[in-house]
Design a protein around this ligand. Structure first.
Ligand code: FA5
Length: 344
């Protein structure tokens, strides 16, 4: 039996030294010292020995067990230390690395320009309203003095929904909606999305306008000019000038196109203003008495002015943007430039 004990002990010690991780060491423990392990089974054989032999064999066996136990313990401590070091090396954290900045969203330049424009007009006592993008032919054209089959319909390439409805081609139908539902005095600006079958570097099929309408007694073209000059100087620079050129819109009489001194060159002449020093920003005029009457306002008592400007156009001038498509591509490199204050 002594030889048997010795051989199990040697096998166990060899297995301990061959085991390279905690799991393998656990298996060695079970195999030799576990409940039905080799050493334990041998121990059960002690009962069959004579009374004299039993204490002697018991001692040898306990000593062998203790030796295996000690080898297991010391190897386990060694392996656990190594495994801990390996884990720590894997989980290494460099606390001196700079943190990753979360990307910060920004207002879209069109939103920014819309908010800037609305703020200027709020400061002049205007209120803000919005209206439907699918608009009836009545409001988009007829109440604005553009009857069916009138040649002025060709001024705007219209998307028709059916015979009676269109995707609004401008924000002007809101003039008629305001005049038919409100009593003067009226001072309102109406921002919104509009649609035309139009597509080039400065025209898009979907774009944005802001309409302005003021109805009161004794309103003249001079009030329109003063209001737009104040707007241009707050929107661009305080020495910006404006000029009014005669134009035609069926819903205003007289009608004008309004230019501002070029914000890029300050009026000296550059690529953006095509050397003229002026850029056109909007259409406007004195509200046509025929429109006032169709909308139920007495044109002998009241008058007014209206204007409509393109947001994209203002943003292109203000930020020197060469192509309207840049607004809709949502290229983060482009949008990021509007993160803080943008140079004029
Ligand atoms: C109008 O839409 C008139 N409703 C403006 C108006 C209102 C006149 C009130 C009188 C009184 P016009 O078609 O010119 O006018 O358009 C106004 C502005 O919208 C233009 O100056 C231009 O800046 C912008 N615009 C027109 N078409 C497009 C387009 N396809 N893409 C981007 N901007 C456009």
């Amino acid at each position: 039996m002594k030889a048997q004990i010795e051989s199990i002990k040697q096998a166990a010690l060899a297995a301990v030294s061959a085991a390279s991780d905690t799991q393998a060491l656990g298996e060695v423990r079970v195999r030799y010292l576990g409940k039905s392990g080799e050493m334990t089974s041998l121990m059960k054989g002690l009962g069959a020995l004579s009374k004299e032999e039993r204490p002697e064999m018991g001692k040898v066996m306990n000593a062998a067990r203790a030796e295996i136990e000690a080898a297991l313990e010391s190897k386990t401590a060694q392996v656990a230390q190594r495994e801990k070091e390996e884990r720590l090396a894997l989980e290494k954290l460099d606390v001196t690395l700079p943190g990753r900045q979360p990307a910060r969203g920004t207002l879209h330049p069109i939103t920014r320009v819309r908010e800037d424009i609305v703020r200027v007009f709020l400061g002049m006592g205007f209120e803000v309203a919005e209206g439907p993008e699918i608009e009836s032919d009545l409001y988009n054209f007829q109440l604005l003095n553009v009857p069916k089959d009138h040649p002025a319909r060709d001024m705007q390439d219209t998307f028709y929904v059916n015979d009676s409805y269109v995707l609004r081609t401008h924000t002007s139908p809101m003039q008629a909606r305001m005049m038919t539902t409100r009593k003067p005095p009226i001072r309102v600006v109406i921002p919104g999305r509009v649609y035309r079958s139009d597509d080039d570097a400065s025209h898009s099929p979907i774009f944005h306008q802001i309409e302005g309408l003021a109805i009161d007694k004794h309103i003249t073209l001079g009030d329109l000019e003063g209001c737009l000059l104040a707007f241009a100087q707050q929107m661009f620079t305080k020495d910006t000038e404006i000029r009014l050129r005669p134009s035609y819109f069926p819903f205003t009489e007289p009608s004008v196109e309004v230019d501002v001194t070029c914000a890029i060159c300050g009026g000296k002449g550059c690529r953006v203003c095509k050397g003229t020093g002026w850029v056109e920003i909007l259409g406007a005029g004195v509200v046509n008495p025929a429109v006032l009457e169709m909308c139920g306002i007495d044109s002998t008592e009241y008058g007014g002015f209206a204007f409509g400007l393109g947001l994209e156009r203002i943003a292109m001038i203000k930020y020197g943007i060469p192509n309207i498509k840049l607004f809709y591509e949502n290229d983060v490199r482009f949008l990021k430039q509007f993160n803080g204050e943008v140079e004029k």
